[in-house]
Design a protein around this ligand. Structure first.
Ligand SMILES: C[S@@+](CC[C@H](N)C(=O)[O-])C[C@H]1O[C@@H](n2cnc3c(N)ncnc32)[C@H](O)[C@@H]1O
Length: 386
């Protein structure tokens, strides 16, 4: 496909999204009806779509409208692309720019536009992040870096870097955590590499890894909101742990056995009925469902779909998860609460609300991980009985 045809395809995908499809669904649907497209085409189209999603307000500003075509014009103009070459009308490229479309507007000045956030989130960002609110909003507009977790049960970090290099993947030490690598080249080769298929490395954000690395010691650990099991697997690679995984929706753990096998890790899955019998646990990790705002570089749709009502629902779910998990913890145990959210409502406020509901408990440690080149935004707090 030509660069222009890829832009036309991205416009089609955004059009499908405007009719209600989620980004991943719209991309999959486009790929199914466009078998001629190769993996590089699909990756380029995906990049265009996600660039727009991360920067929808500035794209609309520079494109002077919010139609899919205008958003693509806007984001490409913002990126300094040659619009006449891309919108040539030749072959499958989109039609040339009209006279009005060809007029580049002055750069935006409004804060919410520059920050690429919906208006209602601006005060929440300021409240949660203070002086860092603006830089954080800007960081969420960048493409997400790729991080790997070295499976320390199988290989050490230096050997993993060397093996990855042998497969054309350049990775360097990540400062957040001893298990983490930042991939600087060859990221698209990871899933087919022997390092990955043999379970020497896993794709995992570095802040997620840091949350696991700083969990307190204790043998019996329950990952209460295990999902795909990323954190359960990271804990299972640590020495001396016995790891249990649970999720209210067990289908989310469907791939966990295969992933554990690849990693050479032991993780016992527990359904809700089995939890009381397996309790008490020494450590319970509650990686709670949240707005995902710390990871909006990766899942940028969330910025535009989150509502105040959904945020209120999430905070109620977070409270009940903490209350349920507290009942499964041993007397000397630690309840570790984590979210990939930047919002105070989902983080410090949930800890404070838990402590207010549970006299005799205290928070022994609380940490925010900033969105940046080293990792996604994360929050972690450790709760224990006095
Ligand atoms: C942030 S995701 C977990 C991601 C996972 N820990 C990882 O690192 O890959 C949150 C998970 O919590 C689960 N969940 C939601 N409500 C829950 C509840 N009341 N009890 C347990 N799990 C719940 C969701 O199904 C979802 O899989």
């Amino acid at each position: 496909m030509t660069p222009g045809a890829r832009v036309a395809a991205a416009i089609e995908v955004l059009h499908d999204m405007s009719e209600g499809l989620a980004a991943e669904q719209a991309l999959t649907r486009w790929a199914r009806r466009s078998r001629f497209a190769g993996s590089k085409d699909r990756a380029a189209i995906r990049d265009h779509v996600f660039d727009v999603l991360r920067c929808k307000r500035t794209a609309a500003h520079f494109g002077q409208s919010s139609t899919p075509r205008a958003l693509l014009i806007g984001i490409l103009r913002q990126q300094g692309a040659d619009l006449d070459a891309l919108f040539s009308g030749i072959g499958h490229a989109p039609q040339p720019l009209s006279e009005a479309e060809a007029q580049a507007p002055l750069p935006p000045e409004e804060e919410a536009t520059l920050w690429n956030l919906p208006d209602w989130l601006i005060p929440l960002f300021k409240e949660a992040l203070g002086a860092e609110a603006g830089t954080t909003a800007m960081a969420l507009q960048e493409r997400a870096p790729i991080f790997l977790r070295v499976n320390i049960a199988k290989i050490d970090r230096a050997a993993a870097i060397a093996q990855l290099a042998g497969e054309g993947i350049t990775a360097e030490v990540n400062p957040l955590c001893d298990t983490a690598l930042s991939v600087t080249e060859g990221a698209r080769k990871i899933r087919n590499s022997a390092c990955y298929t043999e379970g020497l490395v896993e794709l995992q954000d570095a802040a997620s890894q840091a949350v696991v690395a700083t969990l307190p010691t204790g043998v019996k650990l329950l990952d209460y909101c295990a999902g795909g099991g990323g954190k359960a697997l990271a804990v299972a690679a640590q020495q001396g742990r016995q790891v249990f995984a649970h999720d209210i929706d067990p289908r989310r753990m469907a791939d966990l056995s295969a992933r554990a096998e690849r990693a050479g890790a032991a993780v016992t899955q527990l359904d809700s009925d089995a939890l009381p019998g397996a309790a008490p646990f020494d450590v319970i990790l509650c990686d709670a469902p949240c707005s995902g705002s710390g990871a909006w570089r990766r899942a940028a749709e969330g910025k535009w779909t989150l509502t105040a009502a959904r945020l209120a629902e999430l905070t109620a779910i977070q409270d009940s998860i903490l209350d349920e998990a507290a009942g499964l913890l041993g007397d000397q145990g630690t309840l570790a609460y984590a979210t990939c959210s930047l919002l105070r409502e989902e983080n410090e406020d949930r800890v404070a609300a838990f402590l207010a509901r549970h006299p005799g408990w205290r928070c022994s440690d609380q940490h925010r991980y900033a969105v940046g080149p080293a990792g996604d935004g994360f929050f972690a707090a450790h709760l224990m009985r006095d």
